[in-house]
Ligand binder design. Structure first.
Ligand SMILES: *Cc1c(COP(=O)(O)O)cnc(C)c1O
Length: 399
């Protein structure tokens, strides 16, 4: 999965360009910066790579989701629908704009179940966030059709799926806004960082202004201090060093994905020898970013037995239902409404709970997750690791 595996001279060279100017800020300093604008260049390169018209760099993938929601006009009391299997960041951003996260079941894509999405739409719904988990697409065309039928904006949280395409089209370009993360474990990384892409110029402008205290970035004689604004904002800016690293990493993304696909195929072949195993639905294998291989056993008990053999032999798999950061029943802080705010916000307002989260609300997802095992696919798979995995999987196949 991670871009840190391929960190090298290209990243160093890009960063040195910034140190040579001494300008770390993405705006202003025209006289000193010798025309080096790394964040701006990274935005343009990322838009071109994904095929989007506009890109807005931000400070993290979580900030990207929040900036997208703010630009779409989502606010207090609104409901935003997302899926029960995602990283906590997706719904943290929803709560942070004052809205209420509503969750759906997942299906064998391990992403949003479109039929459950239909059931969760109410007159309070103001946006949908589909997440492309573990490097592969949600049923985004169906989800988009449902969003359109209800006149709802669609955000794609593509934090885990840079380099992933469906029928030749990059994930994040199907809905109104696609958001990305470049944190330290993502396929391409800038240490911390994020991006929003869109084909809608008005949305891009709103994101550009909101992420920088409302600055309208219009050229004027007073410079930055003389810029106007039309609404309040916040600071989610990316700095030049991150933009520089992003340029080097983006240039390596297709090669990383290609290596991952090869390595995934090798691991998949060994997994396929386990009797009764099935695989996660990958809607378009030719566009898979191949960061993970997820496979299902016929039952929870069988999955546990297989994984204990794998663990004993040095090749344990991830069971996401046991992971406290990615799956709804394990989010005890959400379920329990835990917040540092003494008045209970955002879970409570005026002494009243705004929404009750039932830990057993997603039986279909829970049953699926409990029998699913998952390997992270490395960019570089050593012969030693490959052999360890092959032997462990061979033993698990004898069960
Ligand atoms: C990593 C991730 C994020 C958040 O990204 P950060 O850059 O770590 O803030 C959001 N959504 C998903 C699905 C993620 O995996």
């Amino acid at each position: 999965m991670p871009g840190f595996e391929v960190f090298g001279e290209e990243e160093k060279q890009q960063v040195m360009d910034v140190f040579d100017t001494g300008v770390l800020f993405r705006y202003e300093f025209g006289a000193q910066r010798n025309d080096v604008y790394k964040v701006r260049e990274f935005e343009q390169a990322f838009a071109a790579y994904t095929g989007a018209d506009h890109a807005q760099a931000v400070s993290s993938g979580t900030a990207a989701v929040k900036v997208a929601l703010a630009a779409l006009g989502v606010g207090a009391g609104d409901e935003v629908i997302t899926q029960s299997f995602t990283f906590v960041a997706t719904w943290e951003a929803i709560l942070d704009v004052g809205a209420i996260p509503v969750f759906t079941e997942i299906d064998t894509t391990l992403n949003m179940d479109p039929s459950d999405l239909e059931k969760k739409i109410t007159d309070k719904t103001k946006a949908i966030i589909a997440v492309h988990m573990l490097g592969a697409p949600a049923r985004i065309e169906q989800i988009k059709a449902i969003a359109d039928a209800h006149n709802l904006p669609l955000i794609e949280d593509t934090a885990q799926s840079a380099g992933c395409r469906l029928n030749g089209k990059h994930m994040g370009t199907f809905g109104d806004i696609g958001t990305f993360s470049f944190d330290s474990v993502k396929t391409m990384t800038t240490g911390e960082g994020g991006m929003c892409i869109t084909n809608n110029e008005a949305l891009w402008r709103a994101m550009s202004e909101y992420h920088d205290h409302g600055h309208d970035h219009a050229v004027n004689p007073g410079g930055r201090g003389g810029e106007g604004r039309s609404f309040i904002g916040f600071n989610y800016r990316m700095m030049e060093l991150q933009g520089a690293i992003g340029l080097a990493q983006l240039a390596k993304l297709d090669n990383m994905v290609e290596s991952q696909r090869k390595n995934k195929a090798v691991i998949r072949e060994a997994v396929a020898t386990i009797p009764g195993v099935t695989f996660r639905d990958i809607l378009d294998p030719s566009g898979d970013s191949a960061t993970f291989l997820a496979f299902m056993l016929p039952s929870k008990e069988k999955a546990a037995a297989v994984n204990s053999v794998l663990r004993e032999n040095g090749a344990g798999a991830i069971n996401w239902s046991e992971n406290s950061w990615h799956f709804y029943p394990q989010w005890e802080h959400l379920l329990g409404g835990k917040t540092p705010a003494q008045n209970g916000w955002p879970f409570s307002a005026h002494g009243k709970r705004r929404y009750i989260y039932d830990p057993d609300a997603f039986p279909i997802s829970a049953a699926l997750m409990e029998r699913t095992l998952c390997y992270q696919v490395p960019v570089k798979l050593s012969d030693e690791n490959r052999n360890t995995m092959a032997e462990a999987l061979h033993k698990a196949a004898q069960l």
